[in-house]
Design a protein around this ligand. Structure first.
Ligand SMILES: *[C@@H]1O[C@H](CO)[C@@H](O)[C@H](O)[C@H]1NC(C)=O
Ligand SMILES: *[C@@H]1O[C@H](CO)[C@@H](O)[C@H](O)[C@H]1NC(C)=O
Ligand SMILES: *[C@@H]1O[C@H](CO)[C@@H](O)[C@H](O)[C@H]1NC(C)=O
Ligand SMILES: *[C@@H]1O[C@H](CO)[C@@H](O)[C@H](O)[C@H]1NC(C)=O
Ligand SMILES: *[C@@H]1O[C@H](CO)[C@@H](O)[C@H](O)[C@H]1NC(C)=O
Ligand SMILES: *[C@@H]1O[C@H](CO)[C@@H](O)[C@H](O)[C@H]1NC(C)=O
Ligand SMILES: *[C@@H]1O[C@H](CO)[C@@H](O)[C@H](O)[C@H]1NC(C)=O
Ligand SMILES: *[C@@H]1O[C@H](CO)[C@@H](O)[C@H](O)[C@H]1NC(C)=O
Ligand SMILES: *[C@@H]1O[C@H](CO)[C@@H](O)[C@H](O)[C@H]1NC(C)=O
Ligand SMILES: *[C@@H]1O[C@H](CO)[C@@H](O)[C@H](O)[C@H]1NC(C)=O
Ligand SMILES: *[C@@H]1O[C@H](CO)[C@@H](O)[C@H](O)[C@H]1NC(C)=O
Ligand SMILES: *[C@@H]1O[C@H](CO)[C@@H](O)[C@H](O)[C@H]1NC(C)=O
Length: 772
């Protein structure tokens, strides 16, 4: 320690006790003022020096045990040798530096008036709690005050304004509340003011404009309100102004343009309105300009192009309109340009291609039109290019293939046409490629297989034709592959089985033919497999049963034949199983009963035979059991009544015989029970009557239905009065919504037309649907 005095006395324990007592007696009579010390006798000087030690020891004693042990050197030795203490040549404490050591306690026991020579107080990054005592104002020489990252609460004392020597003031990262005292304006020598990350409220005082020496003003992450004072324009030496994450409102003052030394201007995440002042063009040294997440409107001023030192420009999430000024091309040092989520229109200026330092270009979610300029190919350092959710048209320029540093390319939701350029195969570092929801045509280039870093490939909802290139098997890191809703043809390449990282595979709604490759069984991480709405043939490979992570298996609307493999019972995580609209035959495997997570089981419109396995009763989470249009026979198993979550049970158009199981009456959530076109017999069991169900054909005539009077809009009497066909027309005109129909009418209806799903809101009041 540089400031340890040469003449530091080495007290013996006995002496120190005597002096200690002496000091305690003397304290009340001693003045701590400088002049009092200066004119005191030599004896008093020693005592005065000890006043500092006593004050420090008293504070030490107020800290928790662990903190006290950290300060074990604070003992009988000269306090100038203690850890964290620095003294001047006169053995006066000038420096108290105890940062980042885990001190826990308050400042209330620290007698600041006993430390009149203190120049630097650094207690940052500890566990100091309680308030900042107003007594701190007595530290007349204090130049550096750091108490950041503690748990201080309460308000900033007005007396802080008495610390006129302060150069650095850092109270950041505490729990300070109340407003910033106007007295802060007295601190004319302040160069650094950090009050960020507190809970300060109220407005930024106008007096802040008096702190003309400030170079660094950071008030971010508080609850400050009202507008930025225009006096801020006085702070000509300011290099950093951070006011982000507050609730500041009003416009950005024109005076901001006077802060010509600024390198960093961050006003993001506030409630600032109106347009960006053109004066901003004066800030020639600005490297970072963050105005994002405000309510700024108007257009981006042309003058932005004068900020040639800019490296980061973020104006996203505002209401900016107009076009991107071509002058932006001047910002040759720009590395990030974030203008997304605004209402920018016009085309992307070709000058963007001059921003050769760019690594991130995000213009997504705007109203940009025109085509992607070919000049974009100059941006060799670009890692992220997001132009998605605009109205861009034209084709993807060939030059995109020159962006060899790209890791993320998202052009989705535009009106892009033409084919995917083969040059895209050059983007060896690409991890995500999102081109979905455009009007792209042509085939998927073979070269896609060179993108070995890809994790996500989404080309869905385009007009892509041709077959899926076998080279896709090279994409060993692929996690999601979405090619659905295109016009892809040919068969699913065998090589798909090499994509062992895949979790999501969606090839649905295309023209794919051939059979499902057995290699699909290798995709052990797959959770969703969508192959529906294609022309796939052959049988469902046994290997599907190896996809134990599957939650969603949808193979519906294809030409699949053969039987449902028993191995399907292994898919214990499956929640959705759609095999409807195929040509599947054989019986429903008993193993289906092992799919205990299943909520949705649709096997309708196939050639399934045999009876419903009784194991179905295990599927306690099932909400929809849809088996219509098959050749299922036997009776409906009583176990169906165990499916307590069921809302839809549709078994129509099969060969079921026997009576309706009474257990169906247990299904309290059932809203659709469709049993028509079977060979069921007997009467509708009493237990079933509360259910809003539909019976058609055989049942309607076989069952002896009483005339159940439910007289609301479509009461039996009324239907008879207006005539059946008139009633149907009227019901259809009402869209089946919010109608109440008589039981008898409903049965009659179901004989003629399928009851639409919207009839879930048809009220068949259960209290009146009883036989009398
Ligand atoms: C006082 O602290 C110093 C530094 O930790 C240590 O070397 C010395 O032994 C201590 N003296 C006593 C009496 O505890
Ligand atoms: C203050 O004291 C600390 C630790 O005692 C020392 O590291 C630092 O250099 C001192 N600073 C000044 C400005 O005296
Ligand atoms: C601020 O106070 C809240 C509630 O009093 C407390 O949960 C939080 O940890 C405190 N934060 C700091 C940084 O002390
Ligand atoms: C402010 O700084 C100036 C120049 O460094 C110095 O002369 C003056 O004493 C300081 N004022 C106070 C109150 O410390
Ligand atoms: C800050 O403002 C937010 C939103 O108005 C409020 O939820 C929060 O409680 C405020 N915090 C403090 C400490 O005042
Ligand atoms: C502003 O900075 C300059 C250069 O560092 C310095 O000479 C001048 O004193 C500063 N102005 C104020 C008011 O501190
Ligand atoms: C922004 O202002 C609007 C209305 O002026 C207000 O409703 C909203 O709470 C404000 N948001 C913030 C973060 O202060
Ligand atoms: C701008 O930066 C340059 C280089 O760092 C510096 O010389 C110049 O003084 C700065 N201009 C202003 C107005 O601060
Ligand atoms: C651009 O960056 C380079 C390298 O960091 C630097 O030398 C140059 O001064 C910067 N240009 C401007 C206008 O700031
Ligand atoms: C784009 O423009 C249309 C019509 O001019 C407007 O309705 C829409 O909200 C705009 N979208 C965005 C994201 O600004
Ligand atoms: C591109 O990045 C490299 C490596 O980070 C860097 O050396 C080079 O200066 C950058 N090029 C431009 C034009 O910024
Ligand atoms: C591709 O990524 C690797 C690893 O991150 C990196 O070393 C290499 O420079 C990148 N290539 C290009 C062209 O950016």
């Amino acid at each position: 320690m540089a400031s340890v005095p040469k003449r530091a006395p080495n007290f013996q324990a006995v002496h120190s006790i005597i002096i200690f007592v002496f000091v305690i007696i003397l304290i009340p009579f001693l003045s701590s003022s400088d002049s009092a010390v200066a004119h005191a006798s030599p004896a008093t000087k020693t005592v005065a020096k000890q006043i500092e030690a006593v004050a420090l020891l008293k504070w030490k004693a107020s800290l928790d045990n662990q903190s006290q042990s950290l300060l074990s050197s604070w003992n009988e030795t000269s306090h100038c040798t203690w850890v964290g203490i620095g003294c001047n040549n006169a053995s006066k404490v000038t420096n108290l530096t105890l940062d980042s050591i885990g001190l826990r306690g308050t400042l209330s026991s620290l007698n600041f008036s006993s430390l009149p020579h203190l120049v630097k107080l650094d207690l940052s990054n500890n566990l100091i709690y309680g308030t900042i005592p107003s007594q701190i104002g007595s530290l007349a020489r204090l130049t550096f005050l750091y108490v950041s990252v503690n748990h201080l609460s309460g308000t900033i004392p007005i007396d802080i304004g008495m610390l006129r020597s302060l150069v650095d003031l850092d109270l950041s990262g505490n729990n300070l509340t109340g407003s910033i005292p106007t007295s802060i304006g007295n601190l004319r020598n302040l160069t650094m003011l950090y009050l960020y990350k507190n809970s300060l409220c109220g407005s930024i005082p106008q007096e802040i404009g008096m702190l003309r020496s400030l170079t660094d003003l950071e008030l971010s992450t508080n609850n400050l309100t009202e507008s930025i004072p225009t006096s801020i324009g006085n702070l000509k030496n300011l290099t950093t102004l951070c006011l982000y994450e507050n609730s500041l409102s009003g416009s950005i003052p024109q005076e901001i343009g006077m802060l010509r030394s600024l390198t960093d201007l961050e006003l993001s995440t506030n409630n600032l309105t109106e347009s960006i002042p053109t004066s901003i063009g004066n800030l020639r040294n600005l490297t970072t300009l963050y105005l994002y997440e405000n309510s700024l409107s108007g257009s981006i001023p042309q003058e932005v192009g004068m900020l040639t030192s800019l490296t980061n420009l973020a104006l996203y999430r505002n209401y900016l309109t107009g076009s991107i000024p071509a002058t932006i091309g001047n910002l040759r040092n720009l590395t990030t340009l974030y203008l997304y989520n605004n209402s920018l229109s016009g085309s992307i200026p070709k000058e963007v291609g001059m921003l050769t330092s760019l690594t991130d270009l995000e213009l997504s979610t705007n109203n940009l039109t025109g085509s992607i300029p070919a000049s974009i190919g100059n941006l060799r350092n670009l890692t992220t290019l997001y132009l998605y959710e605009n109205s861009l048209s034209g084709s993807i320029p060939q030059e995109v293939g020159m962006l060899t540093s790209l890791t993320n390319l998202a052009l989705y939701r535009n009106y892009l046409t033409g084919s995917i350029p083969a040059s895209i195969g050059n983007l060896r570092n690409l991890t995500t490629l999102y081109l979905y929801e455009n009007s792209l045509s042509g085939s998927i280039p073979q070269e896609v297989g060179m993108l070995r870093s890809l994790t996500d490939l989404s080309l869905y909802k385009n007009f892509l034709t041709g077959s899926i290139p076998a080279s896709i098997g090279n994409l060993r890191n692929l996690i999601t592959l979405y090619l659905y809703e295109n016009s892809l043809s040919g068969s699913i390449p065998q090589e798909i089985g090499m994509l062992r990282s895949l979790t999501d595979l969606a090839l649905s709604t295309n023209n794919l033919t051939g059979s499902i490759p057995a290699s699909i069984g290798n995709l052990r991480n797959l959770t969703t497999l969508y192959l529906y709405e294609n022309s796939l043939s052959g049988s469902i490979p046994q290997e599907v049963g190896m996809l134990r992570s599957l939650t969603d298996l949808e193979l519906s609307t294809n030409n699949l034949t053969g039987s449902i493999p028993a191995s399907i019972g292994n898919l214990r995580n499956l929640t959705t199983l759609y095999l409807y609209k195929n040509s599947l035959s054989g019986s429903i495997p008993q193993e289906v009963g092992m799919l205990r997570s299943l909520t949705d089981l649709e096997l309708s419109t196939n050639y399934l035979t045999g009876s419903i396995p009784t194991s179905i009763g295990n599927l306690r989470n099932l909400t929809r059991l849809i088996l219509f249009e098959n050749s299922l026979s036997g009776s409906i198993p009583q176990e169906v009544g165990m499916l307590r979550s069921l809302t839809d049970l549709e078994l129509s158009t099969n060969n079921f015989t026997g009576s309706i199981p009474t257990s169906i009456g247990n299904l309290r959530n059932l809203t659709r029970l469709i049993l028509y076109e079977n060979s069921l017999s007997g009467s509708i069991p009493q237990e079933v009557q509360g259910v809003g169900f539909v019976l058609r054909d055989h049942l309607g005539s076989i069952l002896s239905m009483e005339d159940i009077p439910i007289t609301k809009a479509f009461s039996t009497d009324m239907v008879e009065a207006m005539g059946f066909h008139m009633a149907v027309t009227r019901l259809q005109n009402l869209g089946w919504n919010n109608v109440t129909v008589s039981w008898k009418f409903l049965i009659q209806l179901s004989n003629f037309i399928p009851i639409p799903a919207s009839c879930r809101s048809c009220r068949v009041d259960s209290s009146t649907t009883r036989y009398s």
